[in-house]
Structure formats: structure tokens, C-alpha cells
Ligand binder design. Structure first.
Ligand SMILES: *Cc1c(COP(=O)(O)O)cnc(C)c1O
Length: 389
């Protein structure tokens, strides 16, 4: 069954064909810097469809998260609650503002943060809860919202992986006070690098625009609301050029096609792998009834690091790139070497460490065809037989 010369990548950017046309249009319009017509088209997509008050295009999701940390008013000594099983950006955006990070474990049935453990981590210094919708699957936003209300905390959604996904009838990113999306090459909708800050709480809207424009009220000036602009706050150059926005618009305009393709691949994996994963007691993605699936990621959860490592090696020998994911942040070198914050490296976050060791992501991209999926599934069955007997 091994196919000679086959090479299935983990991810492959999807090109709609319109990207170059829209970039050419930008050149014709002679507005290549940020905040032009394509930036507005992208921002309006989120504002109109998701019901977000203010969306601002950024150069990355990391940037958008940094803006969240500034807007949330995080200062040295403030505590921020976040999962340990996440991308490093979720943490550094807040650490840079001086936050003390309080890592919370993942759920037993899903890599997302366990909402039942949040309250234990809250102190009088807690300022914000940062949720990560892992694999585009919603955290329990009702429960988290109630906790935030009870302790007067800001809720920030790291929706980097969560485009088009919902918690009940609400789009992810539209629920917390603030949120951030990613358009990195590895995400469903991409501009190579790129992100979006989304603001749902009125009180952050005006300041968000100022921080986005290097601490100036330039955006207001361009709308003709003031007659000159100047330096009014801190900020940075968080906005990308229209070239990026044009590329992104080509993708957003085709979001339905891209989502349909990804979901189709996801569903084929799900049905084809069900039997064999039951047979070997391997877990597949769990989607709570309040969450939707946006086809961002298909993963398997093995029972040990050793099992997973062998499977990765077998798949590699079959020409298939399957990869593991986050390593618990509370166990990272940086955290252990710089954690004068005292509380944590010794603490066990059992599920987070389990997913670090045992979760394996399978190739998934819009153009992954059925023939490839068939081959991948066959290879997995084959590898299971050899590794797990
Ligand atoms: C991809 C990702 C980010 C970072 O996105 P960039 O656009 O690359 O900065 C942050 N958080 C999570 C959960 C991600 O998956």
C-alpha cells in the first residue's frame, strides 16, 4: 500500500485565484498603506456578519492580543487566567504588559480550558480571563461569562483558530469584551500573516482605534470628525498594508467554499477513523453540544508519548506529515527560567501535559482530496496494527 514518492504535507495554503486581481486593484487605487478600501471590506465582514462593534485588521493575531492586553489595562502585578495548552502568543501578549500568568488545565474531554477550574485561580488581583477556542471548538462561554461577571473580570477570546465557529447561536469572537483572530498560513482563512482585533465592549472602541494607529487619533481625522490629529495615547503600528488586506479579502469572499471543503475532509476522517480508534482506544475530537465544528483541525489522542512518536514515524515513512501540537506553557524553558512569579512550574496540569504528549494532528487543508484521505486512513490503520498490538 505504500505509494512511492508520495508526500502529503500537513498544511497547504488555499489560493482562491482572486488574490492577484485584488492586489493589482490596490496598485491601481494608489493607496497601498493601511486602512484603505480592502481593510474596510475585511473589517466589515466581521462587523456585519458576526455583529462585532469594531473590527480592526492587524499584522497578526499576536498583535491583536497585544492590543487586547493594552486595552484591558493590564499593568505589572495584574493576574491573567489562561490555558497552559495554547500557543505562546496567548501568554506573551499579556506578559509583556507585566501580567502574572495563571495557567489553568485543559478539560478531560477536550483540550480547551476546563471552566470548572477557573474560579480556583482567581484572586483579588485577577483582571482578565483569556479563553482559547482550541481547534475552533467553543469554550463554555456561559459559565465563563458568569464567573467574569461575579468577579468583574474582562473576557478575551483568543479566536485564532475559530473563524466561522459558534457557541450556541453566537459567533466566536463576538462574545467576550475583546477577541483576536489569526490569518496565519496555517489557519482556515489566511493572508500569510495577519490578524483581526475585535471589540465588543463599547468602552474599548475608541481607544482601540487610537492604539492601532500608533497612539494617534488619525482614524478620526480621516473620517473628518476632527480637524487635525496628534499623539494622544500609547500604541504601535498594528495595521497591515492594503496588499495584505486585498489578499485576505479574496479569501474571506470565498469563506463558504473554503469551509465546505475543510469540513468535508474533516467529516471523512471522522467517519473513516471511528472504528479503528474505538478498536485501539484512541480518542477522536469531541464537540460539546453548545459548540460547532469549523473544520480547523482533525486530531487523535493516543495513550502515551511513545505510542504517538511511533505513529508519527510510521506515517512519515509513508510520506505523510502528521504533527503534534502545543507543549504546556507552564513547562516551557522560558517559564521555568523566568518564573519569579512563584506559583507554578511545580504545579501539575495533568490534562494539558497529556495533550502535549499524546495529541496528534492529521494533515488537513481545503484541497486535501479523498484519495489522499483514503491513503492516510489506510496508513494509520496499518501503523496501528504494527505499533499497538
Ligand atoms: C495561530 C495562533 C495564534 C497566533 O496567531 P498569529 O497570527 O500567528 O500571531 C495565537 N493563538 C492561537 C491559539 C493560535 O492558534
Amino acid at each position: 500500500m505504500e505509494k512511492v514518492g508520495i508526500n502529503i504535507k500537513f498544511n497547504k495554503p488555499y489560493i482562491t485565484g482572486k488574490e492577484i486581481e485584488y492586489i493589482n486593484d490596490v496598485l491601481k487605487l494608489e493607496h497601498v498603506s493601511g486602512n484603505g478600501v480592502y481593510t474596510k471590506k475585511c473589517q466589515n465582514y466581521f462587523q456585519d456578519k458576526y455583529g462585532i462593534k469594531k473590527a480592526l485588521l492587524t499584522t497578526s493575531c499576536t498583535d491583536a492580543l497585544e492590543m487586547c492586553a493594552i486595552l484591558a489595562g493590564i499593568k505589572p502585578g495584574d493576574e491573567v487566567i489562561l490555558p497552559s495548552f495554547t500557543f505562546v502568543s496567548t501568554a506573551i501578549a499579556f506578559l509583556r504588559q507585566g501580567a502574572i500568568l495563571k495557567f489553568v488545565d485543559s478539560r478531560y474531554d477536550h483540550p480547551g480550558m476546563d471552566e470548572n477550574l477557573i474560579e480556583d485561580s482567581i484572586s483579588e488581583n485577577t483582571k482578565a480571563i483569556v479563553v482559547v477556542h482550541y481547534a475552533g471548538v467553543a469554550c463554555n462561554m456561559e459559565k465563563i461569562g458568569k464567573i467574569a461577571q461575579k468577579y468583574n473580570l474582562i473576557v478575551i477570546e483568543d479566536a485564532a483558530q475559530a473563524i466561522e465557529s459558534k457557541y450556541r447561536d453566537k459567533y466566536l469572537g463576538s462574545i467576550g469584551d475583546l477577541g483576536a483572530f489569526s490569518f496565519h498560513e496555517t489557519k482556515n482563512i489566511s493572508s500569510g500573516e495577519g490578524g483581526m482585533l475585535v471589540v465588543n465592549n463599547d468602552k474599548f472602541v475608541e481607544r482601540a482605534e487610537i492604539i492601532w494607529e500608533k497612539g494617534t487619533n488619525r482614524a478620526k481625522f480621516f473620517r473628518g470628525e476632527i480637524d487635525k490629529y496628534g499623539w494622544v495615547d500609547i500604541g504601535s503600528s498594528f495595521l497591515p498594508s492594503e496588499i495584505i488586506a486585498a489578499y485576505l479579502w479574496a479569501q474571506l469572499e470565498n469563506v463558504d467554499i473554503i469551509q465546505e471543503k475543510r469540513l468535508k475532509a474533516w467529516n471523512i476522517y471522522n467517519s473513516m477513523l471511528e472504528k479503528v480508534s474505538n478498536q485501539y482506544d484512541i480518542k477522536m475530537p469531541y464537540i460539546p453540544n453548545y459548540a460547532t465544528n469549523n473544520g480547523h483541525m482533525f486530531y487523535l489522542i493516543f495513550n502515551s508519548l511513545k505510542q504517538r512518536t511511533s505513529i508519527i514515524e510510521y506515517l512519515k515513512s509513508f510520506g505523510i506529515r502528521a504533527v503534534f501540537h502545543y507543549q504546556s506553557l507552564h513547562k516551557s524553558n522560558y517559564w521555568i527560567n523566568n518564573n519569579s512569579q512563584g506559583n507554578l512550574s511545580s504545579r501539575k496540569l495533568k490534562m494539558s501535559d497529556h495533550y502535549s504528549d499524546c495529541l496528534l494532528r492529521l494533515p488537513l487543508y481545503a484541497d486535501l482530496n479523498e484519495e489522499y484521505i483514503d491513503y492516510i486512513v489506510n496508513s494509520i490503520e496499518n501503523a496501528f496494527e504494527r505499533v499497538m498490538k
